[in-house]
Ligand binder design. Structure first.
Ligand code: HEC
Ligand code: HEC
Length: 321
């Protein structure tokens, strides 16, 4: 019996040895400097926890380089660099830098980054609550909230009441989007799936889901949405009130994603449409506007192009931490 196990181990070892002749395509690797204008404590956190996948410089440990693990490691690095590369920091405009930090903070707070598969092996990259606090404080400090003036507040309040009552623009007068999609006034009655406070660019957003999408959420089916699922994302300018509280100010836009795998096969299975301002002006010169939507949603292709995680499904992950 013992002898048999010995032989099996030897065979496995031989296979493992042979596997080492197979290697993924080589990774480029060049030194990545600190982010200009960023406090050293913040730089240290990002370098320690994120740079391996989100900069041009990857510190590969010996165990990262063994086949077959290296195939997974390399693909994480390639995908990570594609969506966020801190080595390009200097060439990014300030709003783009702010939004990169905003999303970085969000992914960290949701427990998605650094990738759990990575921290399992590289435990030193796990972020401590104190690190997260430093990142949070710094990210907030880059875009302090200003105060909104009273005239604007009054206008926005009236507009908000009109919105709630469905009087924002007479529905009959809302022109369709350039790709032929009609405005869907009913979204105001849908369930709220999530909400985001984009303090980095001064907007508040609410994401609504229609009945079909809600049913899918209840069944925890949030990777492939069924035909008929529709999301609406509304955005308001943030209004900072006299008492310092933040509420929804002027209406900025509403946009939709309508799932129909066949009908919208050319635009990733979704019909895209956006209306701007309280006059609900259709967005885009012609039907090609949707390529802009699809390309920015592209990083979420494994999630059926949908960014938002339903808040109710997020809660368990928040509690696990
Ligand atoms: C082991 C590699 C790895 C590490 C380490 C890592 N990431 Fe990622 N990251 C990825 C990959 C792969 C993706 C793209 C796929 C995905 O979203 O899962 C990604 C996506 C992201 C995105 C989404 C970007 C977009 O536009 O969709 C953000 C933001 C992000 N990471 C931030 C961070 C931050 C901040 C850290 C450090 C605290 C970090 N990541 C550490 C691999 C990594
Ligand atoms: C610059 C990148 C970008 C572009 C361009 C973009 N989106 Fe999005 N979209 C996002 C992000 C990020 C979210 C996640 C919610 C948030 O952070 O506000 C989102 C969320 C959405 C949602 C809610 C469902 C989801 O995926 O979370 C809808 C609906 C939506 N976008 C429609 C559109 C339409 C229609 C267009 C084109 C007219 C468009 N988007 C263009 C980045 C983009």
């Amino acid at each position: 019996m013992k002898k048999k196990t010995g032989i099996v181990s030897l065979i496995l070892l031989a296979i493992f040895g042979m596997l080492q002749f197979f290697r993924p395509e080589k990774l480029s690797n060049s030194p990545a400097g600190d982010l200009a204008g960023i406090p050293p404590a913040v730089n240290d956190i990002l370098r320690n926890a994120c740079y391996d996948c989100h900069s041009s410089q990857t510190n590969l440990r010996w165990y990262d380089q063994l086949t077959p693990a290296n195939y997974l490691v390399y693909s994480h690095i390639r995908d990570g660099r594609k969506v966020l590369n801190f080595s390009k920091w200097d060439s990014m405009a300030t709003p783009a830098q702010n939004s990169a930090l905003y999303y970085a903070l969000n992914k960290i707070m949701e427990g998605e980054m650094p990738l759990p598969a990575y921290t399992m092996v590289h435990s030193g990259a796990k972020l401590k609550p104190a690190d997260i606090e430093i990142l949070k404080k710094y990210t907030f400090s880059r875009t302090p909230r200003g105060k909104t003036d009273t005239v604007q507040i009054n206008m926005a309040n009236k507009e908000y009441v009109d919105f709630i009552q469905g009087k924002l623009a007479p529905v009959t007068k809302v022109a369709p989007a350039p790709n032929g999609i009609d405005y869907i006034p009913d979204y105001r009655n849908w369930k709220v799936m999530s909400t985001t406070d984009r303090f980095d660019n001064g907007t508040l957003r609410i994401i609504f889901a229609n009945d079909i999408a809600v049913k899918s959420i209840e069944q925890h089916q949030t990777k492939n949405w069924p035909d008929g699922a529709v999301f609406a994302k509304t955005a308001w300018k943030q209004q900072v009130n006299v008492d310092g509280s933040v509420s929804a100010g002027a209406f900025w836009q509403v946009e939709f994603m309508i799932k129909d795998a066949r009908k919208y096969a050319e635009t990733a299975g979704w019909g895209w449409a956006r209306w701007r301002g309280d006059k609900l002006k259709p967005y885009g010169e012609n039907a090609l506007f949707a390529t802009e939507c699809v390309s920015c949603h592209q990083p979420m292709k494994d999630n059926d192009f949908v960014f938002t995680k339903p808040l109710n499904l997020l809660i368990p992950t928040l509690q696990n931490k």
